[in-house]
Design a protein around this ligand. Sequence first.
Ligand SMILES: [Zn+2]
Length: 208
Amino acid sequence: MLTQYHIEIMLASLGDRFSPRAMSVIIQANINQDRLAGQVGHDEYHFDNNAFDKSYAYIEEQRALVVSSLKAGEAAPAWQAFGRFLHTAQDFYAHSNYITLWLDSFNGQTPPPPPEVAPMDPSLLASPDLRSGKVYYPFELLYFFRRTRAFSLRILPKDSHAWMNLDSPAQGFKFDYAMHAAVKRTVIEFEKTTTGFSEEMCRLFLGQ
Ligand SMILES: [Zn+2]
């Protein structure tokens, strides 16, 4: 997803739970995953290239870092690790075909509106049809520039990131479903992460 949408998802899902200082560190770490050095060679940050197992492992590794940092009394590294893996969890809906599979599961009937999207349907998460966009360098780079976008789409295959992504509203009606799913997933990840926290860890994590 484009940076502005990651920020929008963070504020809509968790904006009223964290202190402004905590929130700004978490958001900065989230959007920093899309820096150039975080794009190349890091499929696991963005659920790109069908790197599902690596991405799930990355999420758990960063979640463990949140817990160990808080146990050591350190809030900032916990916030950064949290922001990093939420980026990954949010990109799942923009870079995989999960939303398409969910919409297709209504077999041609009108699907429910975007706020009713189910973010973690177990049968879809385990579906053999679940895919994420492949990044075909160097042509994928042309997709990021407005003037060469049409050209890149002509030469890139349909299983590419360029064709599959739901990174912005320009991709059509499915983007709204991806946004709602990402907001819900972010709340789920927050709850999963904070389950079992002591009172002191909670206070530190929320920055209150
Ligand atoms: Zn990303």
